[in-house]
Design a binder for this molecule. Structure first.
Ligand SMILES: Nc1ncnc2c1ncn2[C@@H]1O[C@H](COP(=O)(O)OP(=O)(O)OP(=O)(O)O)[C@@H](O)[C@H]1O
Ligand SMILES: [Mg+2]
Length: 255
């Protein structure tokens, strides 16, 4: 349902995403892992049609994200990194607005809003401005808008970031319940989350996919955390590399 071919995004000289190929089918929950700055959010923004690729193609259930954007976005729920926009709205107003944008009307719109409010346990804060909510509740508002139209494809950027252990547990259950009918990508830094809900794992490092496997196959090779450390580049190493590249290029241009 999600097909990504040769996806690349440059920011100036830096390739934030570099030749990524991924396929995610119905029933898959792909855990997208990688160190800070590896390219997870950039990849997800491109899947959601919020950022244009420099090159490469993405299709959602056969609809090309660049040339058939609206059709692709209709089939997709996207939880961006951080808090939802429109912070002066309450969750009730924001979700009613999202329901309208998604084309629901009257009782149908209300039924969809009520269903996601129950699923994400938002009732206690429904009439409080989003800006004034705690981080975890803001995250749950974001999650609610992503799943409101029950899309077949879900892309969630660190869905459990900022949630307390009880909420992490209930959001993971929610993802697990939705999984059989959907193609899901979640990014995460929590390796236990991969074990808890993911059927597949892709690890990205400096814009390139370095592992595309299953949690079970990776576990068989040893602790996931050790593998992650061995195959990805730490921030410190990356900064050191950049500095030595820069030193190299300034030496090269010196008279
Ligand atoms: N708008 C932008 N302009 C310039 N560089 C950018 C921009 N957006 C992202 N980058 C760079 O692209 C690279 C990948 O960033 P990205 O946010 O995709 O990483 P990430 O894997 O999501 O990291 P994290 O785990 O910290 O969320 C980083 O080097 C980042 O600084
Ligand atoms: Mg990110």
């Amino acid at each position: 349902m999600i097909e990504i071919n040769g996806l690349t995004r440059l920011f100036g000289p830096i390739a934030a995403v570099n030749g990524v190929n991924l396929r995610v089918a119905k029933g898959d929950v792909l855990g997208f892992l990688g160190p800070n700055g590896a390219g997870k959010t950039t990849t997800m923004k491109m899947i959601a049609g919020y950022l244009a690729p420099t090159s490469g193609r993405i299709s959602i259930c056969g609809h090309d994200v660049e040339t058939d954007t609206l059709a692709a976005q209709r089939l997709l729920g996207y939880l961006p990194e951080g808090a939802p926009a429109y912070g002066d709205m309450t969750p009730a107003q924001f979700l009613a607005f999202i329901a309208e944008v998604r084309g629901f009307k009257g009782a149908d719109a209300k039924a969809h809003v009520d269903a996601v409010v129950a699923k994400t346990e938002l009732a206690p804060v429904l009439h409080q401005a989003i800006d004034t909510l705690s981080k975890g509740f803001k995250r749950r508002v974001g999650l609610a808008q992503a799943i409101l139209h029950d899309p077949p494809v879900l892309v969630m950027d660190e869905p459990t970031d900022g949630l307390d252990p009880n909420q992490k547990h209930s959001v993971r259950n929610l993802i697990r319940e939705m999984a059989p009918e959907k193609a899901i990508i979640i990014s995460t830094h929590l390796l236990e989350e991969v074990d808890a809900i993911c059927t597949r794992v892709a690890i990205i490092d400096r814009g390139r996919i370095v592992v595309d496997s299953t949690p079970a196959a990776l576990r068989a090779q040893g602790p996931l955390e050790e593998m992650f450390r061995t195959i990805t580049t730490s921030d410190t190493d990356r900064v050191r590399e950049r500095l030595s590249e820069r030193a190299g290029s300034s030496q090269a241009s010196a008279p």
